[in-house]
Design a protein around this ligand. Sequence first.
Ligand code: AMP
Length: 221
Amino acid sequence: MKLVFIGPPGVGKGTYAQAVSERYGIPHISTGDIFREEARKGSELGKLVKEYMDKGLLVPDDLVIEIVKRRLQETDCRNGFILDGFPRTLPQALALEEFAKPDLVLNFIAREDVIIERLSGRRVCANCGAIYHVKYMPPKVPGVCDKCGGPLIIRRDDRPEVIRERLKVFHEQFTPIIRFYEERGRLITVEANEQAPVVIPRVLSILEMRFKESPRSQSGK
Ligand code: AMP
């Protein structure tokens, strides 16, 4: 089950990826997470990619492709994977066709007002990083972290004007990728305006239908 998940910030992609990962025992691989982790560790790779990330630039294709290729060779990917944040350019999409052609690409969409409500309600603990939502996952005491008592803040990224800019960048980057998979008949668009308990079963049933073994292969012929 080789999957690619595409979706704007705030669409809930990480939550759906986690559910699919648990259901099918395949890893959720986010290139952004790999790069942030390397940057945090201060590895050679981390230092290199940090320069691009800090400037808001894409990491060069050759480097990203090599990292993903290596990651997909690890044993936990033998039954498949969920790629998130990759491919982001056409050369990346073409390279992926060669070394691990995706079976299916899920393109998550949600209305802009839904996304803005989700992201602008998000609060992060300045001390321990725990995440809350003023409406959907409120802390016991407003503005105070349940776990460590630290102050809850709004990330700069989650301010409505910054969210609109992030959505614009997302559409610029991913529209050609969405078209790429659409043209190849491997894209399914999934509506994600509702909360996760509604969207997760929708995602799982799409996968179940798509990856159900055919009667032929079940009978072993
Ligand atoms: P993300 O968390 O997916 O938004 O990724 C954070 C940052 O990592 C991006 O702004 C890029 O600098 C870098 N990055 C992640 N994935 C890719 C990719 N597929 N190609 C190039 N750069 C990437």
